[in-house]
Design a binder for this molecule. Structure first.
Ligand code: PMP
Ligand code: GLN
Length: 398
């Protein structure tokens, strides 16, 4: 038999699926894959349920139902002062995952260079490579994840077509500052390229940190493709509804990419999300306030157990350094060991790095869980650490 696609054959199953399966196998509390264990807003769910029953169950328009495109435009105006034409500058997709691929497809030709920032979300690199484009990786380092400006500037060149980055950022919890975004914008202008902005955690920021879309910076309106996700904004990760906002000159290619990927997204879910995006400001404030309390609870507990807890300014995730616990293996061994022995699952941060020399002593914990679940996870980790006494914590065999 001839070999199948070599890039996919060389790509493993996503770490999120691997660790969730391991959590089920060991009866562990799953603080790995980032999904809430609580449901989204009732009115949004009711709207989607009602929408199933009123006869609009055939293919919706290619770029999304009018209600949702209008709601995306209104949301852009309300939160960021962006004026967006709902008929020409919005494309609805089946999740941000599809949106990322559609945006990359829309702008990249084989041989084009695409700048990516490590740690990076797991779909970015394989998709860039599948399109025949050349990834140029720039790395952020813990504990502060500062943008290395000279390295970023060096990653741009005459072949650069786009940069793809994520703010607020998974897994680091970093929220890019205005100064960092201005620096990125200057490179984009200088090299006449595009920005694909994965902003799925736009409403999940803490301690007064505010998400700034690159698209709002001078010169970036026409060059940015801004991606949102109903999964994150409405705690409905299984719905897989994403939305792209971009200039009318870019939207047709994005729509053609979407047409070749899925063509459309379930209409009732789109109509539910339209109701969600029109919810009052109190909803969006409450979302981050509640999540911040969960972050604080988990961060305080992990620090008390002895983890080095890095600051989280946004997203669902806390990154921890487990070296202070005296564990003598790498992050993959650590996450496997706590799943098997403590019955709590986390994600090894090396999964977000392409290169071998990635820092290998960090584990990512999701805090988008009920308080009792977070407390139980902390109790289990505390008991596990205590059961090891003063001895070195060793990696589980196998
Ligand atoms: N980008 C990032 C950074 C994410 O963490 C996720 C998580 N799901 C996605 C994209 C994908 O979003 P969706 O579920 O809407 O496809
Ligand atoms: N975004 C989620 C995370 O980082 C996972 C999404 C997925 O499983 N594909 O945990």
């Amino acid at each position: 038999m001839q070999p199948q696609n070599s890039l996919l054959s060389a790509t493993g199953t996503t770490i999120f699926t691997v660790m969730s399966a391991l959590a089920v196998q060991h009866g562990a509390i799953n603080l790995g894959q980032g999904f809430p264990d609580y449901d989204g807003p009732e009115d949004v769910i009711e709207a989607a349920a009602a929408a199933l029953k009123d006869g609009r169950n055939q293919y919706p328009p290619l770029t999304g139902v009018p209600e949702l495109r209008q709601a995306v435009a209104a949301h852009n105006r309300r939160f960021y002062g962006l004026e967006v034409d709902p008929n020409a500058e919005v494309v609805v997709t089946s999740g941000a995952t599809e949106a990322i691929t559609a945006c990359l497809m829309a702008v990249l030709n084989p041989g084009d260079e695409c700048v990516l920032i490590e740690p990076l979300y797991d779909t970015y690199l394989p998709v860039v490579k599948m399109l025949g484009a050349v990834p140029k990786l720039v790395r952020l380092n813990p504990p502060d994840w500062a943008l290395p400006r000279a390295e970023l500037a060096a990653a741009f060149g005459p072949k650069t077509k786009a940069i793809l980055f994520n703010t607020p950022m998974n897994p680091t919890g970093k929220v890019f500052t205005n100064a960092e975004l201005a620096f990125i914008a200057s490179l984009i202008e200088k090299h006449d390229c595009y920005a694909i902005c994965d902003e799925v955690y736009e409403h999940l920021t803490f301690d007064g940190w505010k998400h700034i879309p690159l698209m709002t910076l001078p010169g970036m309106r026409e060059r940015s493709l801004r991606i949102g996700s109903a999964g994150k904004t409405f705690s409905l990760t299984g719905w897989k509804v994403g939305y792209i906002t971009c200039d009318r000159s870019l939207a047709p290619n994005v729509a053609k990419a979407h047409q070749n990927l899925t063509f459309t997204t379930p209409p009732n879910l789109q109509r539910g999300v339209a109701v969600g995006l029109m919810k009052d400001d109190a909803y969006f404030e409450g979302l981050s306030t509640r999540l911040q309390a969960r972050r604080d609870r988990l961060a305080a507990g992990l620090a008390e157990i002895g983890f080095g807890v890095l600051e989280t300014r946004g997203s669902y995730f806390i990154t921890t350094d487990f070296r202070p616990l005296g564990f003598n293996g790498d992050d993959v061994a650590f996450c496997r060991t706590i799943t098997e022995e403590a019955k709590v699952t986390a994600i090894p941060v090396t999964a977000f790095y392409a290169s071998e020399e990635a820092p290998s002593h960090y584990a990512r914990f999701a805090f988008c869980k009920g308080e009792a679940v977070l407390d139980e996870a902390l109790d289990r980790l505390r008991a596990w650490v205590a059961s090891r006494g003063g001895r070195q914590l060793t990696a589980a065999a196998g």
